[in-house]
Ligand binder design. Structure first.
Ligand SMILES: [Fe+2]
Ligand SMILES: [Fe+2]
Length: 292
């Protein structure tokens, strides 16, 4: 199989098993070098995009299994979109450097692992994927993906970057409620997402012009109404961005960015769950979770 055929399969085949087909270890030589921008993924009826708003359970309510299941359903949807959109990028940027394309393939494989982890745990909580409406927030950004660097700015620096904050918050809260297994899943994913942000940074950094700082370049790549707010959680954990190797001035500028949503963090839950006091790492927990 050629990489372009594989990417088309992930994008256009309708079933979840199709989206979970892992990348091959060996590829036939590529012959397709024309950029292809596929506007919508193939999805079976159960996984269609929906505009219905679904509320994510509040952190305080995650003691209930059903609420943990709903949260995981939400995260699983992000993983599915990431698989599709990294496949999309393989087709849209056929002339990207080989190292970047190989990085996309590695990311796809890891997003597939994340999706499987969520699917399995959600089912234990009685929720199957597609049971509730699926938003298409990542797919809505297609108009911004005009270049490899803008794709990386939106997908990796913004969405995957914000996920570093969220993975930490949920790992902490699931652990607070005694669900170590789900907490460990969040940390496994966190460690991979640090790598994904790193890969995105590589694509982004090679495009930063001389005499331009990373922050200004990032701002030049994203388009309103998409703002840097998408690049962080309601609780911003700058240490996670340092782990991913982000430029320190960029980390600070992102921290300083404010808009009308700033200050909406529920400080009570930050206090109650001890959020943000430390960054949890997978390797620190390994001794407690030999099964993962
Ligand atoms: Fe992921
Ligand atoms: Fe990712």
């Amino acid at each position: 199989m050629k990489i372009s055929e594989y990417a088309k399969h992930l994008l256009l085949a309708p079933n979840l098993e199709d989206k979970l087909l892992p990348p091959s270890r060996q590829w036939e030589e590529e012959t397709e070098f024309t950029a292809l921008r596929i506007e919508t993924p193939g999805r079976s009826t159960k996984f269609q995009f929906s505009d219905k708003k679904v509320k994510i359970p509040r952190l305080e309510h995650l003691g209930l299994e059903s609420n943990r299941g709903l949260s995981l359903h939400h995260f699983a949807n992000h993983e599915l979109m990431a698989i599709e959109l990294f496949a999309w990028a393989l087709l849209a940027f056929p002339l990207a450097p080989k190292s970047i394309r190989n990085g996309f393939l590695k990311t796809i494989e890891e997003e597939q692992t994340h999706l499987k982890l969520y699917l399995q745990r959600m089912r234990e909580f009685g929720i199957d994927f597609g049971d509730i409406p699926l938003n298409y927030i990542f797919w809505k950004q297609l108009g911004q993906f005009g270049s490899l660097e803008s794709f990386s700015a939106v997908m990796s620096i913004s969405f995957e970057g914000a996920n570093l904050d969220y993975a930490q918050v949920y790992a902490q809260v699931f652990s607070y409620f005694g669900d170590q297994l789900t907490s460990d899943i969040m940390l496994t994913i966190f460690e991979d997402e640090v790598k994904h942000v790193k890969r995105g940074l590589r694509a982004f950094e090679r495009s930063v012009p001389d005499n331009t700082n990373h922050w200004d370049h990032y701002l030049s790549l994203i388009q309103f109404p998409f703002t840097p707010r998408r690049a962080k959680g309601y609780l911003y954990l700058p240490e996670t961005r340092s782990l991913a190797g982000m430029d320190s001035e960029f980390i600070q500028s992102l921290g300083n960015y404010e808009d009308e949503y700033t200050g909406r963090v529920n400080l009570e839950s930050v206090k109650k769950f001890g959020l943000g006091e430390t960054i949890l790492r997978k390797n620190r927990l390994d001794s407690h979770s030999p099964n993962l």
